[in-house]
Design a binder for this molecule. Structure first.
Ligand code: ZN
Length: 444
């Protein structure tokens, strides 16, 4: 009943209220996901060509880039040709904002400002149209259904504050049958309350920051609580480390689904119920995996994305700040959307040793995940260029020998030019933001 109400009354009403076509876009995406790989590529390339021609004509920044490269959009006919244009970063787009990066002649109503929170540096401002907001919701809804959810079934979100306007948040939240809890300040008492709430509300799906879901899951597992059951947990906003996934799946008696996205673009890729890898939302994104000196010989690449839908402020070859790699697999689900291996982390999850070796939080979570009977939590900080301090929360079974084994493993990972020290602590304080940095650097 609630599902029918959502589909036939609430979402059409939301579209009317928000003056965007979120529900129509969702229904379109439900169709295009079954296109063949070739059909998807054609659709993608056609949209990319349109965007390049538009940017050349109307966006001063890109017009200049084309001129500097002495080419026009007609010269770009293959993915290799696209490399003739330079990569944009937050820094280059910030320098050109707004006059050179916003398309000329865009209506004021299609200049909806947004910005990244600045948790990973200073805030980054950008703009998008009302219709693009709808498309973002369309992608979000499709990803939700890949977990088996019927839109309109009970949905719980554990999240931080978001910059979305109240009307949008309220109307879509209501249509989605969504309740929200705060990911901030999740201490033990708060987590106990959340467990009670989940049991009572009985949502089909929980969506949360990966670290918030994992934190709650660890609490549930440690307390021996076995009667929390949902159909799926969607994590987003942060990397879903393998160790997180294990905790979450055990605690909630279900599969975890990784949604990869960011504030600039919304949902970029999502796991389907086969869990082969993440399907790129290829109707909206053209992806490139770029090797440079930072990622050389790591098997990972910098992720560079072109958003095919933003005609207010085009993002063409935008280095998003994450590393990943393509997945060399075919998903049995039959969707033609290309697969990417799980993004291995934000560049912020990575620190550099003096010799330029990449120390990855992914390595640390796997290591401590394997030794979780000895170590209950960790946080690593690069305090000086050649010093890595690792705070660990030892369990009762921990001893100095185990500590030294672990320290040596981390030492091997960083290389000899970093000094690795372990500092046992009783507890790692939760951060104010709701997100926990497992690895950070105090070095610029
Ligand atoms: Zn699939």
């Amino acid at each position: 009943m609630r599902v029918l109400l959502t589909k036939h009354i609430l979402f059409p009403a939301v579209q009317f209220l928000l003056k965007n076509r979120c529900w129509d876009y969702y229904k379109e995406l439900e169709q295009t996901q079954w296109y063949s790989h070739e059909e998807i590529q054609q659709l993608q390339w056609k949209k990319l060509k349109t965007l390049l021609e538009y940017a050349y004509k109307y966006v001063p920044l890109y017009r200049q880039e084309f001129q500097d490269a002495q080419i026009t959009p007609e010269d770009i006919n293959t993915p290799d040709d696209l490399k003739l244009l330079p990569i944009q970063t937050k820094a280059t787009l910030r320098e050109n904002y707004p006059h050179n990066s916003i398309a000329e002649g865009v209506f004021e109503k299609d200049k909806i400002p947004n910005s990244t929170s600045g948790s990973t540096g200073s805030p980054f401002e950008f703009m998008m149209s009302r219709q693009l907001m709808g498309m973002r919701w369309g992608r979000y809804l499709r990803g939700n259904t890949w977990t088996g959810l019927n839109i309109g079934e009970k949905y719980l979100r554990i999240w931080g504050p978001h910059g979305k306007p109240f009307t949008e948040r309220f109307s879509i939240g209501f249509a989605l049958n969504m309740k929200e809890l705060s990911a901030f300040g999740m201490d033990k008492q708060r987590m106990q309350e959340y467990v009670e709430y989940i049991k009572k509300y009985n949502p089909k799906i929980i969506e949360a920051y990966a670290s918030a879901a994992a934190g709650l899951a660890m609490f549930i597992n440690q307390e021996g609580i076995t009667d929390v059951k949902v159909d799926a947990v969607i994590t987003s906003g942060e990397t879903l480390f393998e160790a997180y996934r294990r905790e979450i799946e055990q605690a909630f008696n279900c599969k975890a689904f990784n949604r990869y996205g960011c504030r600039e673009f919304g949902a970029i890729a999502h796991e389907c119920s086969e869990h082969t890898a993440l399907h790129l939302n290829a109707e909206s994104f053209f992806i490139e995996f770029v090797e440079d000196e930072q990622t050389a010989n790591t098997g990972l690449y910098k992720i560079v994305l072109t958003n095919l839908d933003n005609f207010t402020m085009p993002f063409i070859r935008y280095e998003i700040g994450d590393v990943g790699r393509p997945a060399d697999k075919v998903c049995p689900c039959g969707r033609g959307l290309p697969l990417i291996a799980e993004p291995f982390g934000r560049m912020i999850d990575i620190v550099m040793s003096p010799s330029g070796r990449m120390v990855s939080v992914h390595y640390l979570t796997l290591l401590f995940g394997d030794y979780n009977e000895y170590v209950k939590g960790f946080q690593a900080t690069q305090t000086q260029e050649d010093k890595l301090e690792v705070m660990i929360v030892p369990s009762e079974r921990y001893n100095d020998d185990i500590g030294e084994v672990l320290r040596q493993k981390v030492q091997e990972h960083t290389g000899d030019d970093m000094e690795v020290t372990f500092i046992p602590v009783a507890e790692i304080p939760p951060s104010e933001t709701g997100k926990r940095a497992l690895l950070k650097s105090l070095v610029d």
